[in-house]
Ligand binder design. Structure first.
Ligand code: HEM
Length: 416
């Protein structure tokens, strides 16, 4: 029996999306009492859906594709054009393999060492100041870490400028007006920086280590055996650097969680290490980051009696799925222990997308993110003493990406 997808009336709901932010899809899933509904966004019909089963079909590549799914606006700031996010089928798998080849255990181990080193170095500076703002410092920390790990030279004199541009790219992903122009300019400068590096590697002026992102991307060959176009190689190198710097947001939320749930700190201090994994997973589940992922219907199909028409824009509710009452007990409670019994489904816990890392569009940097968060968490719990002065510790559920409003100010920072 063919059913009609519940549809909200009105000409366009883009403004509601900006007004309701992370809760736009969850609010409507709740009010329709359905896992899916149809609406109109950016002047076109769109289906929004959430939950484990919805995630399962969203990541079925016989049903959905990515080409022409991301709005140009997002490509001009956050993603870049012609990158892995926009590819499908064989071409996508081949490009994705290039990214995943950088995520082997040895490289993650190296990332651990590099993160710890820079964190320890920066702490020496923080000790000298009366206070610091975690989000701002974490962006600089992660810019250093990202560059060293990727084989990119970074002069001390350019650190602030690069970190600022990378921060702007992340912060202006959903923006209009002045902030959007700032985002576009930051992308242009950052892509040029990447393009120069790729050119230097290709004409042998620069010889990065073979297992770095710079080397791998500069020499990657497509399915036709050709090197990537310089602007595409630049977009892909930035697809490594930019999201590593974005981990600064999770570092800020980790710091916030330690402050807001002080009992957690004792559990971490007592733990042999296993609890660190649970805590980091819970930070990624609990706090808002990416609200949803987008794709287009590849060929007409029917799911649960609902007809999905070829070409239709479809958004998968990432935040709402991580807070779905049918999947998580007391989803609005910060409770790391819930991950002890979690079965590890690739479709219910999806802060960085769902499905398979190698075959689908699930985030290539999920293990990198977890690794860095664990190093920083361990450092905050076991190596640092600090004070959290009075400040506005709220975070928005509307502006995307959400970043704690005060940036999390810490004072009297000292190594122990
Ligand atoms: C894709 C989230 C960190 C590299 C994605 C997607 C999300 C996401 C939601 C899209 C999934 C989809 O389209 O279905 C995040 C979050 C991060 C993070 C919240 C925390 C900071 C990273 C890191 C890297 C990275 C550290 C690289 C080292 C990528 C790449 C893609 C991607 C290359 C495109 C994958 C593809 O299209 O096949 N990420 N990510 N991300 N992420 Fe991340």
């Amino acid at each position: 029996l063919q059913k009609t997808i519940p549809k909200e009336t009105g000409i366009d709901h883009s403004l509601d999306l900006l007004r309701e932010g992370y809760m736009f899809i969850p609010n409507r899933r709740h009010s329709f009492q359905q896992d899916l509904f149809a609406t109109r966004l950016l002047g076109q019909r769109a289906v929004c859906m959430g939950g484990k089963e919805a995630a399962e079909i969203f990541y079925d590549e016989t049903k959905f594709k990515r080409s022409s799914a991301a709005p140009k606006r997002v490509q001009k700031t956050l993603f870049g054009e012609k990158g892995v996010q926009t590819l499908d089928g064989k071409e996508h798998r081949h490009r994705k393999q290039m990214f995943m080849s950088l995520m082997e255990p040895e490289q993650l181990e190296l990332l651990h060492t590099i993160t710890y080193k820079h964190l320890d170095l920066m702490t020496t500076d923080w000790e000298k100041e009366s206070s610091m703002v975690m989000y701002e410092e974490a962006k600089k920390l992660m810019t250093r870490v990202a560059c060293e790990w990727a084989g990119i030279p970074l002069w001390a004199s350019e650190l602030d400028k690069r970190a600022k541009d990378l921060g702007t790219l992340i912060e202006s992903s959903v923006s209009m007006g002045v902030q959007y122009r700032k985002g576009k300019n930051a992308r242009k400068r950052s892509e040029n920086w990447m393009k120069d590096l790729i050119a230097q590697v290709r004409n042998k002026e620069r010889n990065p280590e073979e297992d770095t992102a710079l080397y791998t991307i500069a020499w990657h060959r497509d399915l036709q055996g050709k090197l990537l176009e310089p602007d595409v190689a630049a977009v892909e190198l930035l697809n490594i650097i930019r999201p590593i710097v974005a981990i600064a947001i999770y570092i800020s939320f980790t710091t916030l969680a330690l402050h807001q749930f002080p009992e957690q700190k004792y559990k971490l201090e007592e733990s042999e290490g296993e609890y660190y994994q649970l805590f980091v997973q819970e930070v990624r589940r609990y706090y808002p980051f990416f609200p949803f992922a987008g794709a287009r219907v590849k060929e007409d199909f029917t799911w649960r009696g609902y007809h999905f028409k070829k070409g239709m824009l479809t958004l998968l509710d990432l935040y709402g799925t991580n807070h779905d009452v049918h999947l998580w007990e007391n989803p609005d409670k910060f409770y790391p222990e819930r991950f002890t019994d979690w079965e590890g489904s690739p479709f219910d816990f999806i802060p960085q997308g769902g499905g398979n890392h190698y075959l689908g569009h699930r985030c290539a940097g999920e293990w990198v993110t977890i690794q860095v968060m664990k190093v920083v968490l361990d450092y905050l719990v076991n190596r640092l003493d600090y004070h959290v002065p009075l400040q506005d510790l709220s975070f928005s559920m509307v502006s995307m990406p959400s970043i704690p409003k005060s940036g999390i100010k810490l004072s009297k920072v000292e190594k122990v």
